[in-house]
Design a binder for this molecule. Sequence first.
Ligand SMILES: [Zn+2]
Length: 445
Amino acid sequence: MIIKLYNSLTHRLEEFTPIDSNNVRMYVCGPTVYDRPHIGNARPTVIFDVLYRLLKYKYKNVTYVRNITDIDDKIYKASQEKNVDIKTITNEATEMYHSDTLALNVLPVDVEPHATDHIIEIIEFIKKIIANGYAYEINGHIYFDTVKFEKYGQLSNVNERISGARIEVSDNKRNSADFVLWKPADDNFPIGWDSPWGKGRPGWHIECSAMSYKYLGKQFDIHGGGCDLIFPHHENEIAQSYVVNDKMPAKYWIHNGHVTVNGTKMSKSLGNFFTINDLLDEFPGEVIRLALLMTHYRSPINFSKELLVKAKNILNRWYTAIKNNYRCGNDIDKKALDALTNDLNTPMLIAYMSDIVSDINRGQKFLIPTFVNTARSLLGVMTLSPEDWFKGNVVNKKLIEEEIAKRTLAKKNKDYITADEIRTKLLAKGITLEDTPTGTQWKHL
Ligand SMILES: [Zn+2]
């Protein structure tokens, strides 16, 4: 079995050969935590989860690191707006990211480093960049000198991009592409950590270089993220890591395409902004997951409710086909695997799975166990029993259970108003509750 992946660094489809087949290592840039995750956050999370599943299928040990960016001006702004401290904002948003992506059947990663827990490592990394002559200090700011690093721009062909891209404007910098490694505490983020350059905070790019080095070493196999990270984020990560370790930090650079909603860029003001949590009120997590996988990961995806309805119809058809002979086997369908090893071709995989369903519907019931296991293992869908799927078809089972847990707690605290509100809210979705001595049971009307 050969896995082929499109490498953004070489612009080619390449055969994946790990540096150490006893420990395949992948780093993916994770969320900046200040808000409910939206569908734009969900896409890379689900795509790299599929890649992780595929790698785990082939290799015995896979180390998947996905960071949490918990230092950012947006975080401080959110804490001011909500009038709570930064730690509360980042803890809550991290929780939300975990629970919402868990509802999409995303597997937990192996290491999830937070930037705030790695200030010492980040400072050490910056010191090495300075010692090697690739950074300079101006007024408490440390900048990376992009002109000194001759290989700057190898991932993004930066010279073509530089004029149009989002680059920090500053009078202090020597060159317009230079980027900040450390900056002093200011009104945008008044919290600071002690450093040789005064109280301040790290830039965003350096956090990924320092943390990927700590957990995956000088060079690892895969570095992933959304295509909007190619420049400047990943270009700058390469520059930082290269001048410290004299190596390309990762062999394969994998990027997913943009997410638009109803044909336009997602934005809160346009009202086309879907959080995962909002969508989970209307659709089971598996439906959202499948909808994201119906487009090839490198293509832009145009997300809409219609797409979710399409995904739901597919899963309805799949669950209907297995309903009366439901069994999960241990084998993986060979052709399904071929689709996935071909640069994660999930649309081809889904089309092929639908063909198997047609065969099942024509009476080939013996295909069911392998079909179910393939859908589960590779796509991360069909994880419910058909009974639960049809019961929870309109709403998400996990969310109902969360609501029930909240209601139980409210009742325990004698907060009957909240308990009643939850019952009413669930009833509006067609869910009835019955309190029994062993707990609350629910039924879908
Ligand atoms: Zn990153």
